[in-house]
Design a protein around this ligand. Structure first.
Ligand code: GCU
Length: 597
């Protein structure tokens, strides 16, 4: 074979590989999309509910139309029901309440793309997996229900009308993140915003503009461009501080950023943010960025160099009044205002990254954010696909919120089982990767393996060695009766030098439920729940290095395994408030505790 022919073969092979790579996995999404040239695709999408999965072999994305009189197809988006996007599908159609399966979504849009411009299809999140088609051609897939992803469709979008078809499937996977078992309603669907994003040929894909670890006045970060014109002059401006920082990206499109200033630091008491303008020769984005320092020094957590007690509360991503997956700014404001009213300075967004509105609104309100990977309970760490999935999800979680100073803690797992093959190694590696990607935040793993015997806690799990903070879930007084006086509890820590955070405690109560005597758990009374809280608060005084507490949880929320027909009705009733927003007795106990801290 002559040399030219061989070269041509190689080039074709490489193009094929890149083409496959491009259509197989979604790209990690560009950040700060609100500052971009957006076209919203939110609204009504036509849907085909496909419980048998037959839409796959029928290739519904092709939308075949009868050609001959004898032709017919047993699907159609014409005349199909519609669902609102963003939003879970379970709460929109009665027949989908408990549905875990495939729903095909379709949306048409008109677009005319100018030359020299690029077009991306961006999804805030889809739970759990998505196969995305444009005009009958598969453009890619994504797995993971709680992080953004995108596909470049520059060369695929037609002038005039285009059709997007998305195969959404919320079935659980043994090697999924989370796995098969979790204590919340498995809301499926296109649960967050969908946009078209138009950029120039070379755009600002990603940047990190935060204080250097341990510094109160120096920003250490970078800007990354995407496109052919990788080497460009860039400028970072903070008008309020009269900062104009100039740099030049290298041939990889990356520029290091380092500058100092007397920043007014962000804190819960004073959630100061600055307008930051990032300018290149071909793109400009504007962000509102706060600057703060979070670190652990010995057994203390320091915010901006001062010790802080983390007054937290757990929140699931659910609008309690509607019983739906939360997705909007209004949902976020409802949940976060309630946390503020409780007296919190931190919200644990359990057990997966929440939508971007939650993080941005928390930052505005002065609430620190604990963002968590859905590495929940039983995970198949030894399955070869799981570690790569965790790494992609970690990248997606951190990339989206890396410039959100309110995010102070990355939680990398919750209640995983020590005996699971590969668990310790996988989570130790994940922690290392997290710190390598983002050194300016704290990491933790939430554990509930501690032994509780003779009113003594033995916190032995070696996973704590890899975390900055020892985070513990314990339900003494609910799942496990007290074995002595709460104020006499003893503690033994595997890492006695580290801060200890009680990431979950509490118990269930049906709002308004009273029963005499009040000391019987089986009646879901408010009095019984209140007693759990007073006992827990007494026990907190025995915990060495206690850096914060976090009741489980703010509102009663939907979880289908909670089946008591009188007291639960498919709700986990551990809320400090009912799903209608009624404050239980425990709410007032917790509020008083935080007021006194
Ligand atoms: C666990 C778990 C929560 C769960 C809670 C409960 O600690 O982390 O997701 O809802 O206990 O049992 O209510």
């Amino acid at each position: 074979m002559n040399k030219n022919k061989r070269t041509k073969e190689w080039v074709l092979a490489l193009l094929f590989i890149f083409h496959i790579a491009e259509i197989v996995s979604a790209q990690t999404a560009m950040i700060n999309i609100q500052s971009r040239n957006l076209t919203s695709l939110n609204g009504e999408w036509s849907v085909i509910i496909d419980p048998t999965g037959s839409g796959q072999w029928q290739q519904v994305w092709l939308e075949k139309k009868p050609q001959k009189k004898t032709d017919f197809f047993e699907y159609s988006f014409q005349g199909a029901p519609v669902l609102k996007v963003p939003g879970d599908f379970n709460s929109q159609l009665c027949e989908l309440t408990y549905y875990e399966g495939t729903v095909w979504y379709k949306k048409e849009f008109n677009y005319t793309i100018q030359t020299g411009r690029r077009l991306f299809l961006h999804f805030g999140a889809i739970n759990y997996s998505a196969d995305v088609y444009l005009n009958g051609e598969k453009i890619g897939s994504h797995e993971g229900g709680f992080t953004p992803f995108q596909f470049e469709i520059t060369g695929k979008v037609k002038a005039g009308s285009n059709a997007i078809v998305v195969k959404v499937n919320n079935m659980r996977h043994k090697n999924g993140l989370p796995g098969l078992g979790y204590d919340w309603l498995n809301y499926g669907g296109m649960t967050r915003d969908v946009h078209l994003i138009e950029t120039g040929n070379t755009y600002i894909e990603d940047y990190s503009i935060q204080l250097k670890k341990g510094s109160l006045n120096t920003v250490l970060g970078w800007v990354r461009l995407n496109g052919m014109r990788s080497a460009q002059n860039i400028r970072i401006k903070i008008p309020e501080l009269k900062i104009l920082y100039k740099a030049r990206t290298d041939n990889e499109g990356v520029a290091k950023v380092e500058f100092s200033s007397a920043f007014e630091l962000w804190s819960p008491e004073s959630p100061k943010r600055y307008m930051v303008i990032i300018e290149t020769e071909t793109d400009t984005v504007v962000d509102n960025i706060g600057f703060r320092s979070i670190e652990v020094k010995g057994s203390k957590v320091l915010l901006n160099g001062k010790q802080i007690f983390l007054k937290a509360v757990n929140i699931h991503e659910e609008n309690p009044n509607k019983g739906t997956r939360a997705f909007s700014k209004e949902d976020a404001v409802l949940l976060l205002n309630t946390a503020k009213e409780l007296g919190c300075n931190l919200v644990r967004l359990a057990h997966y990254p929440h939508n971007e509105h939650m993080v941005k609104e928390a930052e505005k309100m002065g609430l620190m954010v604990w963002s968590e990977m859905p590495v929940y309970q039983h995970i198949e760490f030894a399955d070869s696909s799981v570690v790569p999935k965790m790494e992609i999800m970690l990248q997606e979680m951190i990339r989206r919120d890396r410039n959100r100073c309110a995010v102070t803690i990355w939680s990398l797992s919750n209640e995983t089982y020590p005996g699971t093959p590969g668990r310790n190694k996988a989570l130790a590696e994940l922690t290392k990767k997290c710190k390598a990607i983002d050194s300016a935040r704290l990491t933790t793993h939430v554990i509930n393996t501690q032994r509780y015997e003779n009113n003594s806690f033995d916190v032995w799990d070696t996973l704590h060695r890899h975390a900055d903070i020892i985070s513990i879930n314990e339900y003494i007084g609910w799942y496990i009766p007290w074995q002595g006086l709460p104020a006499a509890a003893k503690w033994k820590l595997v890492c006695p030098e580290k801060p200890v955070f009680i990431a979950e405690f509490g118990g269930e109560a049906l709002y308004g439920n009273r029963h005499e005597p009040p000391d019987e758990a089986a009646y879901w009374t408010e009095d019984y729940q209140a007693k759990i809280y007073t006992d827990q608060i007494e026990m907190f005084n025995t915990i060495p290095n206690l850096c914060g507490v976090c009741p489980w949880l703010l509102f009663d929320y939907r979880s289908l395994g909670r089946m008591h027909p009188v007291y639960q009705k498919g709700y986990n009733r551990k809320g400090l408030l009912s799903d209608k927003g009624d404050k239980k007795k425990a709410w007032y106990i917790m509020k008083a505790y935080y007021k006194g801290k």
